[in-house]
Design a protein. Structure first.
Ligand code: PGA
Length: 251
């Protein structure tokens, strides 16, 4: 049985004070909630504050990005051990905004994924097609290439420690959600790719989240699809009530 996982990707939002207020509200509601794994991914500047606030709760901490090197002359970057020091358990890697605005390729995502795993962080590896690619009938090709490239060289044990997030680029922040059937189709495809790379048991055990305009109104239907194991939530994660409703929709 795969435990559902709902993660809030706060992106470049929330001052430290705002982050504290949000997480305190989440805590009041979700501190002892165990049915679903709940992760919050604040910006780097709020990690320390949020880390202290979620300590001894069932809310987990994640970061939104990291560098693949262990340390060194990489101005402006953050490495895995720095995230571990703040008790991060997860790190989002290869989000489409990183791919689109910061030139991240599957090869870069792969290096970061390996570095995260080597530091005992669970990577949330994002894949997804653009609208143009979908309209050109290239969903299968694009997703297969991204999954194979991003997870290349991982052991079965490592992929089991990872989470995959399917986030169609055209659905992110646009209010256009993939229908539950469209999302399910790609999640099943990702499991097929994993079966080819590893085996059927591994493929059935890896958690695959859906992301892209998930809201309280559509969460239940998406999360009830057989291959959808929760969500990666952007905009709706900035509002405590919406996020809590989405988390509870995953039960
Ligand atoms: P959204 O973002 O929920 O605002 O569409 C999802 C994401 O980018 O992770």
């Amino acid at each position: 049985m795969r435990k559902k996982i709902v993660a809030g990707n706060w992106k470049m939002n929330m001052t430290t004070a705002e982050a504290a207020a949000l997480v305190n509200t989440l805590k009041a509601d979700l501190a002892n909630f165990r049915e679903v794994e709940v992760v919050v991914c604040p910006p780097f500047t709020a990690l320390s504050t949020v880390s202290e606030l979620v300590h001894n709760t069932h809310i987990d901490l994640g970061a939104q990005n990291m560098h693949w090197e262990k340390n060194g002359a990489f101005t402006g970057e953050i490495c895995a051990s720095m995230l571990r020091e703040l008790y991060c358990h997860y790190v989002i890697l290869g989000h489409s905004e990183r791919r689109q605005y910061f030139g991240e390729t599957d090869a870069i995502v792969n290096r970061k994924t390996k570095a995260a795993l080597a530091a005992s962080l669970h990577p949330i590896v994002c894949v997804g097609e653009t609208l143009q690619e979908r309209e050109a009938g290239k969903v299968e090709e694009v997703i297969t290439t991204q999954v194979k490239g991003s997870l290349a060289g991982l052991s079965a044990k490592e992929v089991l420690e990872s989470v995959i997030a399917y986030e169609p680029v055209w659905a992110i922040g646009t209010g256009k959600t993939a229908t539950s059937d469209q999302a399910q189709e790609v999640h099943a495809l990702i499991r097929n790719v994993l079966t080819g790379m590893f085996d059927a048991t591994v493929a059935q055990s890896v958690r695959i989240q859906y992301g892209g305009s998930v809201k309280p109104a559509n969460a239940k239907e998406l999360f009830s699809m057989p291959d959808i194991d929760g969500g990666l939530i952007g905009g709706a994660a900035l509002d405590a009530k919406s996020f809590i409703d989405i988390v509870r929709a995953a039960v």
